[in-house]
Ligand binder design. Structure first.
Ligand code: ARG
Length: 651
């Protein structure tokens, strides 16, 4: 057990005699904000006032008098109105550190009751290149899977590929009409990518052409209305004038939005107009929208030709995304895409019908649920199944195959409603004893605070993003160490570049949007993986310089010494690694781990400035400090590895 859970346990023993349910109160025991209040702080006496009918201070005194914690804490004090400040016992701390030093797992014991977690992440729609929108799911899902596994859970990672949707109708259509046979033979992946883009452009062109007139008309109306509103003179009545101002403001932002939408559509038209061949193609393929849908429908109804093409294309599509996963060092236990569930969908609908959970409405089959305005459609009027139907089949399959404790869906926040409905429907259907959580996340933004796009307005390809991160890291590494040979430089740039990209994402609170910036991502100072990798390499430098035999250092430890306050502070920081991992998994937030690691590296840096290591006063102190250095480096190494980030020995 780590210090925090041990303290909570000891408090629990006391609180259970005082209140019925202590769980919320135990959550109020936390690391102290400021070390002058000790190492941990329990604020549970305050809310107990009403439960127990005494003053918080009296309650705190009572808790302390009953608390058996002397072996773990050297001081427990009541402060202010009833805060309980706890300071860890130095001997306990030193014993814990010695334990960690000798243990490859840094003293972190596997959980007592391991669960099985299915983690559904990355899950791109294949047949089109991966783009920046896929990065967050891929990285957050990987980090959570690694962390769950490390703490001792069974983890099944499953890449729920979108391998059965309209995008295949698009490349089938593209292949039938526009394929360059020679290019396809030479580089199928690239040719399929080209076909996807081509069909996409023509489809967008026709949608834009169809939509624009109405949008222009709306814009004119809005502009006229604005002129009318602006012609109003102030009435002198504050309320009326204020409302007018507000209406004008609102209308103006509507107009800007409308103009932007129009500009976006016009640029789609321009893309085609700029290229004569494309223009001719677009005119020839006027019904491309419906035709593509027909190709998809034919695929779904097992049309021999389309199914054969799909079977031919799929391996290429997988190969394409695999290259990205390889660079990111991400693997999946399973890649059961949407197509895998195709044959189960009719059964899902039958089962829901039989249980009386779904019924026909306007030709479609729907699940009606309380609390929702609209039902969940599981079969369309034309017989087609939906995304939700596949997801229900997937839940059924996962539950049967793995009997999971939890299924985590690491997916964009925009799918929030889909998952809310899905989980409720699945529970009604009988899957009510498995945790289903939508681990949602915000959008990656560009400098301008809008979704990250290339200058021409296209989505940013993931491959290009990775390449640029690595290239910039090479530049940085070259500057840091100009004597480095080519091979080492390449290796380090990969680790630093990819690490920087991953860390920049994982260090954000996942629910928020964040601004993408190469500069910030690779900064040597600040909350970046570069800083952590640098701290790690710095320790390796010390160990090399001191010619330290690492095996002996770990296997024959000397008693730790805290000569200066900062050594103790570093020690407390180090032993918090385990509790940090627990915290990460409460709400599935990898950024709590990055915050911890950053804090640790900063504390280490202060330690290093204030405490000579190789030049310590005596050999015992030197060993004790080297032990602290080694533990810091290993905590950074393991911590980063849980985020999918590597370290290098030199930088
Ligand atoms: N392929 C989907 C998309 O790109 C994400 C799938 C997420 N997983 C799931 N089981 N629905 O939007």
């Amino acid at each position: 057990m780590n210090a925090l859970s041990e303290i909570k346990y000891r408090f629990g023993q006391v609180l259970k005699e005082m209140v019925e349910d202590a769980s919320d109160l135990l959550e109020m025991i936390r690391p102290a904000q400021d070390s002058k209040f000790g190492d941990y702080q329990a604020n549970c006496a305050m809310p107990m006032k009403n439960l127990v009918g005494k003053s918080p201070r009296q309650i705190a005194d009572e808790i302390i008098s009953k608390l058996q914690i002397d072996d773990l804490c050297q001081s427990v004090e009541v402060a202010g109105p009833g805060f309980i400040n706890l300071t860890l016992d130095d001997n306990w701390l030193k014993a814990k550190l010695t334990d960690s030093l000798q243990d490859p797992r840094l003293g972190i014991k596997p959980v007592q009751t391991p669960g099985t977690y299915v983690v559904d992440f990355s899950s791109p729609n294949v047949a089109k290149p991966m783009h920046v929108g896929h990065i967050r799911s891929t990285l957050i899902g990987d980090a959570l899977s690694r962390t769950l596994r490390f703490v001792g859970h069974e983890v099944v990672t499953d890449n729920h590929l979108g391998d059965w949707g309209t995008q295949f109708g698009m490349i089938i259509y593209g292949y039938k009409h526009f394929v360059d046979k020679e290019a396809y033979a030479n580089n199928s992946v690239e040719e399929l990518g080209r076909l996807y883009k081509l069909v996409r452009q023509i489809m967008d062109y026709h949608t834009a052409v169809a939509k624009l007139p109405a949008l222009h008309e709306q814009l004119t109306q809005q502009q006229n209305l604005l002129l009318e509103l602006e012609a109003n003179q102030p009435t002198g009545d504050k309320a009326i004038d204020k409302k007018l101002k507000k209406d004008i403001g609102r209308l103006k932002s509507k107009i800007t939005e409308q103009e932007e939408q129009i500009a976006e559509l016009e640029s789609k038209i321009e893309t085609i107009d700029r290229n004569q061949d494309q223009h001719a193609r677009a005119l020839k393929h006027k019904n491309i929208g419906t035709d593509v849908l027909n190709e998809t429908a034919k695929l779904h109804s097992d049309d021999t030709e389309n199914l054969a093409l799909w079977n031919e294309f799929l391996p290429f599509c997988r190969e394409d995304i695999k290259q990205i996963y390889d660079q990111l060092n991400i693997e999946f236990d399973y890649e059961l895409g949407e197509s895998f569930y195709h044959s189960r969908l009719a059964g899902v609908v039958d089962s829901l019908n039989e249980k009386g959970l779904s019924r026909e409405s306007e030709g479609a089959i729907c699940v009606f649920m309380d609390n929702y305005e609209t039902p969940m459609i599981i079969r369309k009027k034309d017989g087609a199944f939906l995304y939700a139907t596949t997801d229900l089949a997937t839940i059924q399959y996962r539950v049967e195959k793995w009997q999971p404790t939890a299924i985590l869906y690491v997916v964009d926040h925009r799918q929030h409603q889909h998952f809310e409905k899905l989980f409720d429907a699945a529970r009604l259907w009988g899957h009510d004893d498995v945790e289903m959580t939508h681990v949602s996340f915000g959008t990656v933004l560009g400098d301008d605070g809008r979704p990250f796009k290339t200058r021409s307005g296209d989505t940013v390809g993931l491959q290009g993003l990775l390449d640029e991160a690595v290239q910039r890291a090479a530049q940085l590494s070259g500057e840091l160490n100009s004597a480095m040979n080519e091979e080492t430089l390449t290796e380090i740039s990969k680790v630093v570049g990819i690490g920087g990209l991953k860390y920049a994402d994982l260090s954000q609170n996942r629910s928020s949007d964040y601004k993408f910036s190469y500069e910030k991502m690779l900064a040597l100072k600040g909350n970046t993986s570069t800083y952590l990798q640098y701290s790690y390499a710095r320790v390796q430098g010390i160990l090399r310089k001191g010619d330290v035999d690492i095996e002996t250092l770990r296997s024959q430890p000397v008693a730790f010494r805290f000569e200066k306050e900062i050594e103790r502070k570093l020690a407390v920081n180090l032993i918090r690694f385990g509790e940090t991992l627990d915290e990460v998994l409460v709400d599935y937030k990898p950024n709590l781990l990055t915050t911890y690691l950053f804090d640790l590296a900063q504390t280490f840096s202060v330690f290093f400035e204030n405490c000579p290591v190789l030049k310590s006063e005596d050999d015992h102190l030197k060993r004790s400090r080297l032990q602290l250095c080694d533990l810091t480096a290993r905590t950074i190494e393991v911590g980063l590895s849980l985020l999918g980030i590597d370290v290098v020995e030199k930088m």
